[in-house]
Design a protein around this ligand. Sequence first.
Ligand code: KG4
Ligand code: ZN
Length: 350
Amino acid sequence: MNVLGIETSCDETAAAVVADGWKVLSNCIYSQVASHRPYGGVVPEIASRQHVEILPGILREAIGQSGLGWDDLDAFAVTRGPGLASSLLVGLSAAQSLALRQRRPLIPVNHVEAHLYSLFLPEPPAAAPPPAPPLPMLVLMVSGGHTALVRFEGLGRYRWLGQSLDDAAGEALDKGANLMGLGYPGGPAIEQAAAGGDPEAISFSRTSIRASPRTGDLDPDLCFSFSGLKTALLYLLRRQPELLGPDRLRHLAASFQEAVFNTLLHRAEQAMEKDAYASFGCVGGVLRNRRLRARIEEAARRRRLPLRMAPPSFCTDNAAMVAGLAGATGGPAPADPAAVEIRPDLRLSA
Ligand code: KG4
Ligand code: ZN
């Protein structure tokens, strides 16, 4: 089954062709980061306008690189949410036109579930899909928009254990980088600035979380909060602006980054203590960070859990995870592609 997937939920314009749910024949991504950089964050109007301009070329590229023709495609898949409404609409209308023109089904995909599926994509070129991980798996999701712990019992069988009550981990890094004058996007900028820095030079205290209306039904021990950390950095820099000096910035960047990662690992380990898991997984844009990958590896080793991490090229937003998920589940696709609607606030459901 050959699926062409489209992803336009935020500021990456992406299309990919994936065969049989795992064989990535093409994975084309245009990052709009240069257009949003002057504003220090994603500007929805700019994002949707750029999707309109860029997507046709990206679609041609995805088909061209796949070696297939339009008639070889068995289905189309598109991210329907969660994400920015105006951005999601661009991807959806393109996918609808293609599905109607080619008389093929259109499979709507949940972006968060697609990130989880990135665990099942092998780094190309690969001759076979990665072996199935032992289940249930505890998955830590760390992206720009979502930070969460999920109990993964199989495709379509998830339990949402906890999430960030304020900023996502990627957002915390983006805001911290902004305070340190490191540019946008902050995650890669901090990683670069932290090279050679001492992650223990400055200690940031961990935010504790109590049950409240914001935690709702979720276990507060498995929820995250990063806004206090950002405020701590702000006040620290007001008191000691010299920390931004040439010899000291790398220590500050390394310590701030480590504080974000300490929170992630601490919560993941609490989840492992509270319940039994057969494996540990991690997905999302922040997992491109080499220090985080090393910390995750160390935690899995300590807990003696088999580990699965999304390959770096499938960590940040991409359409291979969208086409892959659609190919693996085969749907459900509504009879009429025109009936698919965007769902900007879509949640992960079991
Ligand atoms: O998964 P993603 O592409 O977008 C969402 O679905 O939200 O993640 C984007 C996030 C950004 O916040 C970015 O700063 C972060 O991933 N990121 C990184 C690195 N590369 C991207 N964070 C830390 N280290 C990196 N190398
Ligand atoms: Zn994403």
